[in-house]
Design a protein around this ligand. Structure first.
Ligand code: HEC
Ligand code: HEC
Ligand code: HEC
Ligand code: HEC
Ligand code: HEC
Length: 392
């Protein structure tokens, strides 16, 4: 116990010493304008993780893919008064919630461009659901009751004698929200007006939580990097693929079994995410003898069943967004926990190896072309989410 108090004393001393005048000043501002770096001063590891997450890159000023579509459907992110169909741009309710709270659209003010930052999630108090009698649809921030006075925390535990000396406002425990799917659903569930971006509706209330996969505890703390489609290691945990081959006289009957291990669709709700099930047969000398896709880049018409994608109507003036339910043309994704089979007959001669790969793409080829050089990194390239190979 003595060690504990001794350590905490030291800790506390170093905390008061490390708070700069700026940080002290920051703690006096509107809690919803607190930048993540202020919290990061005392929670460095979580801050570092969050900084790499898509939550920290969710606005037109930080994400070029989003910027492209936002500018087409809403307008300039550096102007006030931007609208979609005469209304406040619905996108910002989820993509820049602190701006949405203030009703502003000039996103280089305050902490707006930080998108889904610490104070966004840690002031959500209760998930109301999406239907609201008065306002019609609740979406993003407006799907929650929020706290103006209390920081929402898993336990509310604060290891200092003076509870709110450092925290911008006192904490209260709220596991009912923070340790359940409810904290995510306001922004991640489908709602009636916009079909895009959704993922969580299919998750039964009591199933495994989003956090158990997306915020695992590392070093004793919930990991805030929220890894998923942008992370190859996580992607390989999504679909299980197995092969089954039957020998006929001149042909092989090949069945590819797919099983979605996730409690939500694969791929997710952004319509240009897509996965191709590529099936190939090779000779002993590694020559390609057969493939369900005959060209590269693959022509989806070769094998439409092997294209796992959410297809929406394209509109030249306002491509993709904001699209309505009626714009959904086809949904060929693997639904939550779905098992599916694809069957092929191929010539048997010389076949030595058969292989099935699930190739995941963050963007469609047409969008990659449209975006040109504005996209950074290697998000153009497919990632092998699952692979199975058999030697005959
Ligand atoms: C209900 C909340 C919500 C609304 C409203 C919303 N989005 Fe999203 N958006 C999300 C979520 C959550 C994701 C991440 C989903 C995923 O990766 O599966 C996302 C992802 C995206 C992406 C992919 C970004 C990337 O990094 O690849 C784009 C682009 C996008 N949204 C555009 C828009 C536009 C434009 C609007 C407004 C017309 C909009 N969204 C409205 C929640 C929302
Ligand atoms: C997308 C929502 C979201 C954002 C953004 C977010 N958090 Fe969290 N945070 C959570 C959730 C959910 C938990 C509880 C996880 C659990 O216990 O399962 C949590 C837990 C924590 C904890 C307790 C850690 C533990 O495991 O005991 C701290 C501290 C924390 N967050 C600080 C921060 C800071 C600092 C930031 C910004 C850099 C931040 N959070 C951003 C949702 C968020
Ligand atoms: C001056 C230091 C300091 C600042 C600034 C600070 N925190 Fe903390 N925070 C702490 C300490 C100390 C604890 C308790 C020890 C722990 O659990 O890590 C804590 C605990 C937490 C917890 C977890 C409590 C629980 O239930 O287990 C959350 C959540 C949290 N802080 C969020 C935030 C957010 C969000 C911000 C910014 C708005 C912030 N903190 C700013 C020092 C700080
Ligand atoms: C306030 C709204 C909001 C809340 C609450 C929220 N998210 Fe998000 N989340 C978003 C937005 C917006 C994006 C998309 C960022 C982008 O790509 O532009 C996103 C992106 C993601 C991604 C990355 C998807 C990708 O393409 O890599 C994951 C995973 C994710 N969120 C999981 C969660 C989990 C788990 C929770 C609950 C603990 C949660 N989110 C809570 C708004 C939110
Ligand atoms: C069993 C583990 C697991 C659970 C539980 C889970 N996910 Fe996922 N999630 C994954 C994996 C693995 C991926 C990567 C595959 C993909 O992108 O489709 C993923 C992808 C995502 C994506 C990005 C989808 C895309 O293709 O852009 C979002 C957003 C997301 N999850 C949100 C959630 C939310 C919200 C919940 C809770 C309602 C949740 N997940 C529950 C494992 C899980």
């Amino acid at each position: 116990m003595r060690t504990f108090t001794g350590l905490m004393g030291l800790f506390w001393l170093s905390l008061s010493l490390t708070l700069t005048a700026d940080e002290n000043e920051a703690l006096k501002i509107n809690p919803h304008h607190i930048p993540a770096a202020t919290c990061g001063g005392c929670h460095p590891k979580i801050y570092e993780q969050w900084s790499t997450s898509m939550h920290a890159k969710s606005t037109p000023l930080t994400n070029s893919v989003f910027a492209h579509l936002y500018q087409k459907s809403a307008g300039d992110p550096l102007q006030e008064g931007v609208t979609i169909d005469g209304e406040y741009p619905v996108c910002l309710q989820c993509h820049a919630p602190n701006a949405a709270k203030d009703g502003n659209t000039k996103l280089d003010e305050f902490n707006y461009k930080e998108g889904v930052n610490c104070v966004v999630c840690h002031t959500l108090r209760e998930y109301k659901g999406h239907a609201d009698q008065q306002t019609g649809n609740n979406v993003g921030l407006s799907a929650y009751k929020r706290s103006e006075n209390y920081l929402q925390a898993p336990s509310g535990r604060y290891l200092s004698p003076v509870q709110d000396a450092a925290h911008p406002f006192p904490m209260e425990p709220n596991q009912a929200l923070l340790r359940t799917n409810r904290v995510c659903l306001g922004c991640h569930t489908r709602y009636d007006q916009v079909e895009m971006c959704q993922i969580g509706m299919e998750v039964p209330e009591r199933s495994v939580t989003c956090q158990s996969c997306h915020m695992p505890k590392t070093d004793g703390l919930a990991n805030h990097a929220v890894l998923s489609a942008h992370n190859d290691a996580v992607l390989t945990r999504s679909v299980v693929v197995t092969l089954d081959v039957q020998h006929k006289t001149d042909s092989l009957a090949l069945t590819v079994h797919l099983e979605n291990m996730l409690p939500h669709p694969f791929p997710g709700g952004v319509p240009y995410r897509n996965a191709l099930v590529k099936v190939t047969a090779y000779s002993e000398k590694d020559e390609l003898l057969w493939s369900n896709f005959t060209s590269y880049p693959p022509d989806e018409k070769d094998d439409p069943d092997a294209v796992l994608k959410y297809t929406v109507k394209q509109n030249k003036e306002a491509p993709l967004v904001p699209f309505k339910k009626s714009a959904v043309l086809k949904d060929n994704r693997l639904q939550a926990f779905e098992k599916r089979q694809l069957s092929y007959q191929l010539p048997k001669k010389d076949v030595y190896i058969v292989r099935a790969e699930v190739l995941f793409n963050l963007l469609t080829l047409s969008l990659i072309e449209e975006l040109g050089d504005s996209i950074e990194g290697d998000i153009r390239n497919p990632v092998v989410a699952a692979i199975a190979e058999m030697r005959l």
